[in-house]
Design a binder for this molecule. Structure first.
Ligand SMILES: [Zn+2]
Length: 57
């Protein structure tokens, strides 16, 4: 299972979780019970700390 990074828009909590692909969008914040947003990360692509100019939407 891949590790996904999440953040909560409500309380700014961040966490990483090991999730099956079909459950990755179905995660709630352990602090405030809001649905978490998934952060797209690019493991093993070299420019992780780079720019945010190429916007995923
Ligand atoms: Zn939260």
């Amino acid at each position: 299972m891949p590790i996904y990074s999440y953040y909560c828009k409500t309380c700014k909590h961040h966490l990483s979780l090991l999730k099956p692909y079909d459950e990755k969008d179905n995660v709630k914040c352990p602090k405030c019970d809001e649905k978490l947003k998934i952060k797209l990360s690019a493991p093993s692509i070299g420019d992780s700390c780079g720019s945010k100019k190429s916007g995923f939407s």
